[in-house]
Write a protein that binds this ligand. Structure first.
Ligand SMILES: [Zn+2]
Length: 226
């Protein structure tokens, strides 16, 4: 057969996706354990609530881009692009708030004074430098909270940040590595800064077997209706 089946198919309960509309509720799952009610894809961070009469489902970011779902905002039916733009803005604000809350939570559980500077740095940059990321992720690991470091963006674009990463101790590089995109990893690997493969494998085994406390997923506030 020349055509392979699509990797994700729409669940039978959905019907025509255009019959659904956004409620503008967004979940930010810091352990990436949510799944999409449209396509079934798991390991999601952000999911978006959609409604059809009394029914409610949560859909992934890809399905937001895949299907023509829109919504009503302050009494006005939004065009597809407007709906996606609105979700994009809500998601960005939610992401930022989640990261700020996580830093404050970790700070409350740790006695490391450097976390205050990290909180201020994040507020200003909305990203973490490699050194700050290592410090935060180590404190996060010690906290036992089930929070995936991937919720944070780590700065690796400039030579200064790349060298900062390369200068980290092996354990710190491993801690930060877990939060990097595959593109970031390839770049740092090409510079000779990747942690050794065997060390990474050993760390993954520990991560899988160590117990973790769970924290509940958070929701965005609905936009104000006045
Ligand atoms: Zn989906």
């Amino acid at each position: 057969m020349p055509h392979s089946r699509p990797r994700y198919t729409l669940s039978d309960c959905v019907g025509d996706p255009r019959e659904w509309s956004y409620t503008w509720e967004i979940r930010d799952d810091v352990s990436f354990s949510s799944s999409c009610d449209f396509c079934g894809q798991g390991e999601q961070r952000h999911t978006y609530e959609v409604m059809r009469e009394a029914a409610r489902l949560w859909v992934c970011q890809r399905c937001v881009g895949r299907y023509e779902v829109t919504g009503v905002l302050e009494g006005e039916a939004l065009a597809l692009r407007e709906a996606r733009n609105h979700l994009h803005g809500l998601t960005a604000r939610l992401k930022q708030r989640t990261c700020q809350d996580v830093i404050r939570t970790v700070q409350a559980l740790s006695d490391n004074p450097a976390l205050e500077e990290i909180a201020v740095y994040f507020d200003r940059n909305l990203q973490l430098s490699p050194e700050r990321a290592a410090l935060l992720f180590n404190a996060l690991g010690a906290s036992g909270l089930a929070i995936d470091p991937k919720i944070f963006e780590v700065q690796t674009r400039s030579a200064v940040h790349q060298d900062e990463f390369g200068a980290l101790a092996q354990d710190d590089r491993i801690a930060v590595w877990a939060a990097l995109s595959s593109q970031q990893k390839r770049r740092l690997d090409s510079l000779g800064y990747a942690p050794s493969k065997s060390q990474l494998a050993a760390t993954r085994m520990t991560a899988v077997t160590s117990p973790a406390k769970s924290i509940s997923g958070r929701k965005s506030e609905a936009p104000s209706k006045d």
